[in-house]
Ligand binder design. Structure first.
Ligand code: NDP
Ligand code: X2W
Length: 328
């Protein structure tokens, strides 16, 4: 199966190539970058030296010859590629935010018009597996909403308030340097940002509502000096108290058939490089603290995108994704 990656010079694109090396059937045949057309991929992603001879090409949709294309480009860019690729019979997984929300919500949150909207499955397979199976297009979720939704899902219907507090690694900001990601500003520091207004809040609200929740949902992200990973602490305020063993059973049951969600103490460094989401809960009556850890570039982006490709194309859901994390 031929795979194209549009936006392969970025972090998510590089991670797609790395992970797909382990897939039983997928072969990456096209990697695009406008700025680096003609440059060998391994000059930009030296971790891939010896694994590929691919060179970057310009992302002209007519020239992309593939069975599946991943769009690892910024939001508002993906919408200029998705429809054209689909009309040529190419299945598409979009890693950007362009198809995660209804049109009017997207336009409000992102402050731009959507120029090619269509409805798409929201690719957290643990929540929307049926919609992703055999789909021609899947919208891959945001990194924060993935960790947050998986932390709160089993209690969604029993809560009146859910407060997500996340710590994220710097690779979440992509490979374009900025004052925020400048080392002296990040190192030895914890930086809250968009305290009450992060664009991912809309996805979190959407997913908890989909799970039947009527809870008020709040979210504050923090930048921490690590390259990869998101640790989310969910404060889940319940309508009625629940004992520890009841809450734990709810989580274990909810995820009992899920390969990628493990009920164990979440350690940020231990999921790095893997597609696992580790989650654990502690109850103090009407407040439950649920904590999840994911790698933002894997379960939060490229790994989950491959999980979705597997569902769309009929491969085992964990094909290419069985690698363990790293610790330390
Ligand atoms: N980093 C993360 O943790 C996560 C990222 N995502 C999403 O994945 C997508 C990629 O993210 P990331 O890899 O971090 O981003 P980067 O900024 O690291 O890379 C972006 C890529 O898109 C290409 N690109 C940019 N503009 C255009 C354009 N107009 N047309 C075609 N290609 C373009 C760039 O190459 P060139 O400019 O040379 O063409 C580059 O290859 C984004 O939508 C991001 O929001 C989702 C979840 C987590
Ligand atoms: C550290 C950092 O800046 N993280 C990014 C989110 C990561 C991401 O890529 O999310 P999208 O797919 O929705 O773009 C942010 O807070 O906007």
């Amino acid at each position: 199966m031929k795979v194209a990656i549009v936006g392969a010079s970025g972090y998510a694109g590089g991670e797609l190539v790395r992970l797909l090396l382990h897939h039983s059937a997928a072969e990456v045949t096209c990697v695009t970058s406008r700025k680096l057309a003609g440059t060998p991929l391994d000059q930009i992603h030296p971790q891939l030296k010896g694994f590929t001879d691919l060179k970057f090409t310009n992302p002209e949709t007519d020239a992309i010859d593939a069975d599946v294309a991943f769009l690892a480009v910024p939001h508002t860019v993906a919408m200029t590629y998705a429809g054209k690729l689909l009309s040529r019979g190419i299945k598409v997984v979009d890693l950007s935010a362009d198809y995660r929300l209804p049109k009017e919500v997207f336009e409000k949150v992102y402050g731009v018009p959507h120029t090619d909207f269509f409805k798409a499955p929201y690719g957290i397979p643990e929540i929307h597996r049926k919609d992703c199976l055999n789909a021609k297009f899947v919208s891959n979720p945001g990194c924060f909403p993935t960790g947050a939704t998986l932390a709160a899902a089993p209690l969604a219907q029993l809560a009146h308030t859910v407060i997500f507090d996340s710590k994220t690694g710097v690779s979440g900001a992509g490979d374009n340097p900025s004052a925020t990601t400048h080392y002296p500003n990040v190192g030895d520091n914890v930086g809250p940002y968009k305290w009450t207004s992060h664009r991912h809040l809309a996805e979190m609200k959407q997913e908890l509502a989909f799970l039947g929740s009527k809870a008020n949902v709040y979210f504050t992200p923090h930048l921490v000096p690590v390259n990869r990973g998101i640790l989310t602490t969910a404060h889940i305020l319940l309508n009625e108290p629940l004992e520890q063993k009841e809450v734990e059973k709810l989580y274990r049951d909810f995820y009992k058939n899920e390969y990628f969600v493990r009920y164990q103490k979440p350690i940020l460094a231990a999921v790095r490089g893997s597609n696992f989401c580790d989650v654990m809960v502690e109850s103090e009556g009407t407040r439950v603290v649920a904590i999840s850890a994911i790698d933002n570039l894997v379960k939060g982006a490229s790994g989950q995108a491959i999980q979705n490709m597997n569902l769309m194309c009929g491969y085992k859901e964990n094909d290419g994704l069985t690698g363990a994390g790293l610790l330390p």
